[in-house]
Design a protein around this ligand. Structure first.
Ligand code: ADP
Length: 201
């Protein structure tokens, strides 16, 4: 273990994004990491699914996009995240999972953080192999009955990801925020790597 002391111990990063293609394991890792950091894991996919189950107006709208593997319109998603980030539990930090996914959402998030007088500390990128990911998602579809986890929809989601979301990595790369972690390792090992990446090791 590295026990060397540094004059100024780094302030724990608490405003975080976790990004990566569908099936990279963002949700699993986000929940673990957020618990360790005592911040909320905010998953736009989960919020949409809760609305779909609750048959809210937002849910009905979101479902029509989700089932096709398309993104829910930016304006809808941005409003939802703005309201979630305004809640009390998010004032000391948050781990956003599945947002932002488009350049428009990056700008919207920048605006929200400016309004809140804060900035992002890090963007955690889970690096995975596409074919492996398709297999994981097909399996999840069978187990959890997620209506967007059929092979055809999964392939489409991966295309949408590489067209619309992968370019975001460059944007955050230019801001020097991206920390890459191998998402193909065992779940516990990925959590350890994420923890280390956050500690700057
Ligand atoms: P995955 O990353 O495995 O595809 P998510 O649970 O994060 O799954 O998202 C499921 C679906 O919810 C997406 O395919 C999309 O339709 C919708 N969604 C989630 N987050 C966003 C977002 N930031 N912008 C637009 N749509 C979103």
């Amino acid at each position: 273990m590295n026990t060397s002391t540094s004059a100024a111990s780094p302030v724990q990063a608490r405003r975080l994004l976790i990004v990566g293609p569908p099936g990279a394991g963002k949700g699993t890792q986000a929940v673990r990491l957020a618990e360790e950091l005592s911040i909320p894991a905010i998953s736009t996919g989960d919020i949409f699914r809760a609305n779909v189950s609750g048959e809210t107006e937002l849910g009905v709208l979101a479902k029509s996009y989700m089932d096709k593997g398309e993104y829910v319109p930016d304006s809808v998603t941005n409003d939802m995240v703005r309201s979630r980030l305004g809640e009390a539990d998010a004032q000391d930090g948050f781990l956003l999972d599945g947002y932002p996914r488009t350049l428009d959402q990056v700008e919207a998030l920048d605006g929200m953080l400016t309004e809140l007088g804060t900035t992002l500390d890090a963007v955690l990128l889970l690096v995975v192999e596409t074919e492996e990911v398709v297999g994981r998602l097909v399996e999840r579809g069978k187990q959890q009955g997620r209506s967007d986890d059929t092979e055809e929809t999964i392939r489409h989601r991966l295309e949408v990801y590489s067209e619309q979301t992968a370019p975001l990595i460059d944007v955050y790369e230019k801001r020097d925020l991206v920390r890459r972690v191998d998402g193909m390792a065992a779940i516990d090992d990925v959590t350890t790597s994420l923890r280390e990446a956050l500690a700057g090791r």
